[in-house]
Every structure is written in structure tokens, then in C-alpha cells.
Design a binder for this molecule. Structure first.
Ligand code: SF4
Ligand code: SF4
Length: 188
């Protein structure tokens, strides 16, 4: 190795160090939003609405006029058991069982969901399932407090539950307002 390339290497190293330190210094002075969790879990905790905590079924509401016109009842789930989400899931987190049922009036056959198995413990929260659904039937909530001692309790059957929101007040709406630049320490 020549002296020139030796000193050139040192100069390159110093330049890289300078770039790294510049980023460090910039981030050091950038206002932070730090949550003192779990101390503030019932007071000032903010969790972004778009945070992916767990998958839930969406249910028919008054706004779903088209579905209601087709005979859906408010509170019904929207899943048609088409299995697109199951196919889109990279790691087999979703398992759908269904059967065909014939409408006695029209004679037309329709798929009917028997079980929507979702293993929260396997989920990577990639959202490919939600993106693949053409019926707006599933969504992620930011309900992140899902720790359990028994892993089998993470196996959920979304068609059998009526999800009513998380354990924390207003969490689904993001909880407390996001405060940038403050250390969110208010305790319960
Ligand atoms: S959640 Fe959506 S994609 Fe999955 S089976 Fe139901 S309708 Fe199909
Ligand atoms: S978020 Fe990803 S890993 Fe989880 S169920 Fe959906 S597709 Fe599967």
C-alpha cells in the first residue's frame, strides 16, 4: 500500500466519521416524543392510529348502505371467505374454513365462513392481508397490549369476537394527543 493511499484511507475514515457525527448531532437536537410507558398508559400515552397492533374484523355500520341494501344487518362481519388474505399472508397466520350454502330462493351457491383463525403470535404486521381484501373486511387496530403468558391465547377467531376497542381509554383514536418535544412522563 502506498503512503498516498494510506493517508487517503485515513481522510476517507475521518470524512465518514464526520458524516456520522453530523447525523448524531442533528438527531440529538431534534425534538423528541418519548413515552414513559407503562407509567403513562392511562393518562398521556399516545399511540399512532395507524400503528399495527392486531388484526380485527370490520363490521357493517349504518354507513354501509350498499351492504344493507343487499340484506346485511348492522354488526354483521363483511368477510366473504374468499381467502385472498389467507393466500396473501406470507407465513400462514390466517386459516379460513368455509362451506358452500345454496340459497333456496335463487338456487345460487354462496361461500359461508365457518372460522377465521388468526394467530397473533405468528403475525408480522405486514398488512398484506388487509391490502389484499377486496371487501374492506379486515383492518389493523393500534391495540398493542397483547402480551399473554399462554401462547395459545394469541390464537384468535375474528368471526367469533365483536371487537370493542382496546383496554386503554381512547387508544383506538390515538390516546392522548401527540406532544412533540416533550418527555411524556405524566404517571397514572
Ligand atoms: S378478510 Fe377479506 S380477503 Fe380475507 S377472506 Fe374475508 S373477504 Fe376475503
Ligand atoms: S399482517 Fe402479514 S403476517 Fe399478519 S396476518 Fe396479515 S399478511 Fe399475515
Amino acid at each position: 500500500m502506498s503512503n498516498q493511499s494510506y493517508f487517503g484511507g485515513i481522510a476517507d475514515g475521518l470524512k465518514t466519521l464526520g458524516i456520522g457525527l453530523k447525523t448524531t448531532l442533528r438527531e440529538y437536537f431534534t425534538p423528541k416524543s418519548t413515552e414513559q410507558y407503562p407509567e403513562n398508559r392511562k393518562t398521556t400515552l399516545h399511540v399512532a392510529k395507524r400503528h399495527r397492533g392486531r388484526l380485527v374484523f370490520k363490521r357493517v355500520t349504518e354507513a354501509d348502505e350498499a351492504l344493507i341494501a343487499k340484506g346485511a344487518q348492522i354488526g354483521d362481519y363483511k368477510c366473504t371467505a374468499c381467502t385472498m388474505c389467507e393466500k396473501a399472508c406470507p407465513n400462514g397466520t390466517i386459516k379460513i374454513t368455509a362451506h358452500m350454502e345454496e340459497n333456496p330462493e335463487t338456487g345460487r351457491k354462496k361461500k359461508v365462513l365457518d372460522d377465521y383463525h388468526y394467530d397473533l403470535g405468528d403475525c408480522m404486521f405486514c398488512q398484506l392481508c388487509v391490502n389484499s381484501c377486496n371487501f374492506d373486511a379486515i383492518e389493523f387496530t393500534n391495540d398493542f397490549e397483547n402480551a399473554v403468558f399462554d401462547r395459545s391465547k394469541l390464537v384468535l377467531h375474528l368471526d367469533k369476537e365483536v371487537y370493542k376497542g382496546g383496554s386503554l381509554p381512547n387508544l383506538i383514536d390515538g390516546g392522548a394527543p401527540l406532544v412533540i418535544g416533550k418527555f411524556n412522563t405524566k404517571t397514572k
